[in-house]
Design a protein around this ligand. Structure first.
Ligand code: NAD
Length: 281
């Protein structure tokens, strides 16, 4: 079984991006800039944002974090986003989710210039992705996609089962796999026989949020299994896949932690650089 090392893949991607930033600096005499808006004092969000800032600096991006208290008014945030939309030194804007209840998430997402939408959540990017056009792609599914391609460069005709249909993970993952000519089955909480669906798959992507949902006997030999889940349990952080059991059958499997997670941040940096490149055309 191939243990898919997300840390190593992310480090390699960061190294490539670092070179790309250096080249862009020589060519344009400026570097891509990422601005993150962080609202409130939720610890996980603070940790994510700190890691994003650290990684952005590492590859040479200009990075900035704008912090607001939990009580900030929605209009203050929207005004700031509009200001950043106009700022030529800002290539990518990310508003860290979740937001406090009084702030409308969709309004925030739709206020970000689609060309600076490094999370790929703006309806224009969602539409472009599903139409097969160039777009920002949400970072986690993009990371999964890059890991799958490392194992299997030609995905044409493969059967993929996506477990979970969230806007963040399952749906964009599905679009990326369709673009690669996979036959994709999207499963969710109302799917009747998830095991039977998974047993058909050459590739399984589990993005559910239920600890160890995908069992060893749900996976046929030679399946590539990507575990997006991050679940806090009594035995620590586990994924949506029963790692010990599935590793006996799968061709390749991502561990949790150390699989998809590190790729998510690396892909955010990639998206920022891609936004910069599109803005220079
Ligand atoms: P979500 O709650 O938005 O969506 C979960 C999806 O799972 C839904 O579509 C739902 O229909 C489906 N589902 C629920 N129960 C099911 C069942 N029994 N069988 C099949 N499908 C079922 O979750 P999300 O935001 O997509 O996150 C999923 C997991 O991925 C979470 O554990 C989250 O922490 C993790 N995550 C990891 C990263 C990363 O960087 N590794 C990033 C984002 C999310």
């Amino acid at each position: 079984m191939i243990l898919i090392d997300g840390k190593k893949a992310a480090a390699e991607l960061r190294e490539e991006l670092k070179k790309e930033v250096a080249n862009l600096k020589t060519k344009h005499n400026k570097v891509p800039g990422l601005t993150v808006i962080l609202i409130g004092d939720m610890t996980p969000s603070q940790i994510y944002v700190r890691n994003k800032e650290k990684s952005a600096n590492e590859v040479g991006l200009k990075s900035e974090v704008i912090r607001y208290p939990n009580t900030v008014e929605e209009k203050t945030v929207l005004e700031k986003i509009k200001e950043l939309n106009q700022d030529e030194t800002v290539s990518g804007i990310l508003v860290q989710l979740p937001l406090p209840k009084h702030i409308n998430k969709q309004k925030v997402i739709e206020t970000i210039d689609p060309l600076k939408d490094v999370d790929g959540f703006h309806p224009m990017n969602v539409g472009n992705l599903s139409s097969g056009y160039e777009s920002s792609v949400p970072c986690t599914p993009l990371g999964c996609y890059l890991l799958i391609k490392k194992i299997e460069p030609n995905l044409s005709g493969k059967k993929a089962v996506v477990v979970g249909r969230s806007n963040l993970n399952g749906k964009p993952m599905t679009q990326l796999l369709l673009k690669e000519n996979c036959t994709v089955t999207v499963t969710h909480s109302k799917t009747k026989d998830l095991k039977a669906e998974c047993l058909e798959a050459d590739i399984i992507i589990a993005a559910v949020g239920i600890p160890e949902l995908v069992k060893g006997d749900w996976v046929k030999k030679d399946t590539i299994v990507i575990d997006v889940g991050i679940n806090k349990t009594d035995k620590g952080i586990v994924g949506d896949v029963d790692f010990d059991e599935v590793s006996k059958n799968a061709k390749a499997l991502t561990p949790v932690p150390g699989g998809v997670g590190p790729m998510t941040i690396a892909c955010l940096l990639k998206n920022t650089i891609d936004c910069f490149k599109r803005s220079q055309i």
